[in-house]
Design a protein around this ligand. Structure first.
Ligand SMILES: *Cc1c(COP(=O)(O)O)cnc(C)c1O
Length: 382
């Protein structure tokens, strides 16, 4: 039996997006770094405590800026998890860097900090961590390793907006952090992102790299009387219409996170019996982490046939999906990266993970249908 479609994601609008876009249109301010961009920058700096936040056209762009800022050169190695989105690795590969994949933790599916040190070589330049599902990595240990070995830390906090680790906002802990405002994330602008420049000595170069390699930002502030080509850069900034849209979302970021958390906790409660029966493993959030309900997933028993289950979810019109094909097993990951140590946990967890629909407006009845599907599928072992 298949009911009405329950999509995996449904972008949430606050209602003010078009109003602010109309304001931009009316003011004739369309290029980047206008009034709405400035408002977003100020809000993000206040919320995160980062020294400088710069909007970009995606998290991918923010990561590419990070690779430029860290002067990644051919042969430089960047330690990162394999269980992540392609952009974490691709941004560094564009500069000739070599991703060195290490395994993930059993509980959070984040990089296993105890394996990082053994992967360090004389070519290692940076550690790129990913806060999966908005749950923070073990940042104290990671920052300590980086400090002792003179490495930079980049946080791929694409999924981590409004989440914290020991009270500190994800993305604001390492030297650089990257946010995503893609339509599938919590706070959105269609495509969009931000670079958090936490290392103060990187601020001036970050502005230059983002503005086509020019010191145009200083020119607009009246600090120089003309702007020129200073170094390698590109156009990484979004136009004002995107910033206007984003502002309508940032204004309500707290409510958005709260609404998502409610749905997340309802899944968590409803699926407790299934976990007690040993049929799935629910997400684990360490006490030092406050997450943002970016995602609800379960880990199936290794014996459960996930592909069969996902086929059944499609038959029932339920948008349940798998997540990353680990980068070390992808064609480009094999060509451009290398593995350090075993990838056993990455292989095991990625093969049994199923993400469930989670969006603002998902009705309790719809959520019940998703849970019922999962319970039946797990019990019948598919
Ligand atoms: C979504 C995501 C990205 C890419 O974000 P874009 O804004 O689409 O470029 C990068 N890394 C992670 C971990 C993500 O989840």
């Amino acid at each position: 039996m298949s009911g009405q479609k329950i999509p995996f994601n449904w972008p949430h609008m606050t209602g003010k997006e078009l109003y602010y876009i109309a304001e931009s249109h009316f003011n004739g301010a369309l290029a980047g770094d206008g009034p709405f961009t400035k408002r977003c920058h100020k809000w993000l700096e206040e919320q995160t405590g980062s020294a400088k936040v710069l909007l970009t056209h995606s998290c991918t762009a923010a990561l590419e800026m990070a690779a430029l800022l860290l002067n990644i050169a051919p042969g430089d190695e960047i330690i990162m998890p394999s269980y992540t989105f392609v952009s974490t690795a691709n941004a560094f590969v564009l500069r000739g860097g070599i991703p060195v994949f290490v395994d993930i933790r059993e509980d959070t599916l984040n990089i296993d900090e105890t394996l990082i040190e053994a992967a360090i070589t004389p070519r290692t330049k940076a550690i790129a961590v990913v806060h999966y599902a908005g749950v923070g990595c073990e940042m104290d240990a990671i920052m300590d390793i980086a400090r002792r070995h003179g490495l930079k830390v980049v946080e791929d906090a694409a999924q981590g907006v409004q989440a914290t680790y020991k009270g500190r906002v994800l993305g604001s802990i390492g030297d650089l952090g990257a946010y995503s405002f893609h339509e599938t994330k919590n706070v959105i602008s269609g495509e969009g992102g931000a670079l958090l420049v936490n290392a103060k000595d990187c601020i001036q170069r970050a502005e230059i790299i983002r503005e086509k390699g020019t010191d145009r930002s200083r020119f607009f502030r009246g600090q120089v009387d003309k702007y020129t080509w200073q170094e390698v850069g590109s156009s990484f900034l979004p136009g004002e219409l995107i910033a206007a849209f984003l502002w309508a979302q940032l204004e309500e970021a707290e409510r958005i996170t709260g609404d998502r958390l409610e749905t997340w906790h309802r899944y968590h409660d409803l699926l407790a019996p299934l976990e007690a029966n040993g049929l799935v493993r629910r997400p684990i959030v360490p006490v030092e982490c406050r997450h943002n309900a970016h995602m609800y997933y379960v880990l199936l028993n290794p014996e459960t046939d996930r592909e069969k289950m996902l086929a059944e979810s499609r038959r029932q019109n339920i948008g349940a999906v798998f997540h990353y094909v680990p980068l070390h097993s992808s064609p480009a990951g094999q060509r451009y990266g290398r593995v350090h140590g075993e990838m056993a946990m990455t292989d095991r967890q990625s093969a049994r993970l199923v993400r469930l629909p989670l969006w603002i407006g998902l009705a309790n009845a719809q959520q019940d249908r998703v849970v019922e599907f999962l319970v039946n599928a797990a019990k019948s072992n598919c």
